[in-house]
Design a protein around this ligand. Structure first.
Ligand code: DUC
Ligand code: ZN
Ligand code: ZN
Length: 473
């Protein structure tokens, strides 16, 4: 017997953009997955007419921090509920935050704890990266290999932050596990000792206002660590991905590595395109604490270097590095209620919801990159880099029906329009030219100017081996 509606849902008349193609099609969905693409498809139980609008795959934000445990009194402003709500309202339908190991803690315990934080709260699908801060023999030989097999196929290692940083020998050990077990190693590249030395000098001179955060982490500090990370990966013969690259000097190191045939991937973030060090303050006002993040934003010339790298293929992934702290809060940028020296200001800015609209507005509509490159950087490549493709990151038969229908309109961004739990956006007053009209996840409408999510509908995704990595016998 013919059912009247062969499909659960049909998105009609879409101008579909993937990383490789742009074409007109209806998109038919059954059971949350795309089952047909073509023109004049049969009817769906539910239909939406996209009327020639651009439709891209839902965004994959492969670098965001949600409800990550913090030392008292600090607390992240967004948990899995508010973070994934704001993600969906900005067109992101998959997030990959971090299950962070504390020193002395078992990696398994960190993962179990993080699952509890996510359980029943996410509006969109999520996977976990691991943060390895204590690579004991048990972690290296047992926990990490087992977790990689179970679907945690990427991890971040830090070259700075006292509670997270690894020394070079530890990095070599962890990279060796990535090589042997086929995981993607993400590296935060800043030289910890240089930062500490500069910070002490600044403090001795009374220079403790937020703007001096940028002085304590000049590009040299990032350049040196980036070069060292590349050398360590070469020694182990394993690809790495350098996260949140901020400007010219790190970019030069990555170009050098590529020119020497090394497999070095790179990520950048909106703050390196839309903010400069001046946003941390031109005087000693505390307001600049809002934009304290690491590496710090640089200057206009460096923004151009980052735009060029996005366009010419240097960067593989564009992520938010959403690390949300409220500004006017004792658990946020004013720890314990005080305006503190820059060393004590929690690092990080919100950006999950604004990542795609910023890049679509200035990148695609500003004529700086093609629509297909936008899709590649924000969805397809992050899904490939972390073992979620082709379920995520594309519009194809068999993929999850995670879709963004774009509306091109000019407006001025206000934090009051956003859905995170943060009391500011660093991009307040930014002129935007586009925003998602609709966000659809697994065939369900989550955003159409109103939010229709449901905490707990988002599922945990076990990741496959990253498809950007070579297969080893
Ligand atoms: N830098 C990081 O390394 N992580 C979170 C936020 C930040 O600014
Ligand atoms: Zn980092
Ligand atoms: Zn981060």
């Amino acid at each position: 017997m013919n059912t009247p509606h062969p499909f659960d849902f049909v998105l009609r008349n879409a101008r579909v953009a993937t990383a490789s193609d742009t074409f007109d099609a209806d998109i038919a969905v059954v059971g949350g997955r795309i089952v047909q693409l073509g023109t004049g498809l049969a009817g769906g139980a539910r239909e939406i007419d996209a009327a020639g609008r651009v439709v891209t795959p839902g965004g994959v934000d492969a670098h965001c921090h949600l409800d990550q445990p913090m030392a008292s009194p600090l607390r992240m402003a967004d948990d899995f509920e508010s973070g994934t709500r704001s993600a969906a309202c900005g067109g992101t339908t998959t997030v990959i935050p971090f299950a962070a190991q504390e020193k002395g803690q078992s990696l398994r315990t960190a993962v179990a704890d993080y699952h509890q934080r996510a359980e029943g709260r996410a509006h969109v699908d999520y996977a976990f990266h691991l943060i390895v801060s204590d690579p004991t023999p048990k972690v290296l030989n047992e926990e990490l290999p087992a977790l990689i097999r179970e679907g945690y196929t990427s991890f971040k290692i830090y070259m700075t932050y006292d509670d997270l940083k690894l020394d070079d020998g530890q990095i070599l050990d962890v990279l060796s596990v990535a090589r042997e077990h086929g995981a993607m190693a993400m590296i935060h590249a800043e030289n910890a000792d240089c930062i500490e030395w500069l910070t002490r000098k600044l403090e001795a001179a009374g220079r403790t206002a937020p703007r001096f955060h940028a002085h304590s982490r000049p590009m040299l500090v990032e350049r040196e660590a980036t070069h060292r990370a590349i050398a360590l990966s070469q020694l182990v013969d394993v690809p790495i991905l350098i996260v949140h690259v901020s400007g010219r000097e790190a970019v030069e190191q990555i170009r050098w590595a590529r020119a020497h045939g090394l497999s070095v991937f790179a990520e950048t973030c909106p703050q390196y395109l839309f903010l400069t060090a001046a946003d941390l303050g031109l005087d000693d006002s505390y307001q600049g604490a809002r934009c304290v993040c690491s590496p710090p934003p640089r200057d206009k010339a460096n923004q151009e270097v980052i735009w060029n790298g996005l366009n010419d293929g240097l960067f593989t992934v564009f992520s938010s590095d959403h690390a949300p702290f409220r500004y006017d809060a004792p658990e946020g940028k004013k720890p314990g209620g005080e305006e503190v020296a820059f060393r004590h200001i929690p690092n990080g800015i919100p950006g999950l919801e604004t990542r795609l609209p910023l890049l679509y507005s200035e990148g695609v509509l500003g004529g700086r990159m093609t629509l297909n490159r936008f899709v590649e950087l924000t969805s397809t490549n992050p899904a490939k880099a972390y073992g979620l493709h082709p379920r995520k990151g594309t519009i194809a038969v068999g993929s999850d029906a995670d879709l963004v229908v774009w509306e091109e309109r000019e407006f001025v961004l206000r934090n009051t329009d956003l859905h995170h739990n943060v009391d500011y956006t660093p991009y307040e007053g930014q002129r935007l030219r586009a925003w998602p009209a609709l966000t659809i996840a697994g065939g369900e409408l989550l955003w159409d100017g109103q939010f229709h999510g449901r905490a707990g509908r988002g599922r945990f995704l076990a990741c496959d081996a990253p498809s950007l990595l070579p297969r080893r016998a």
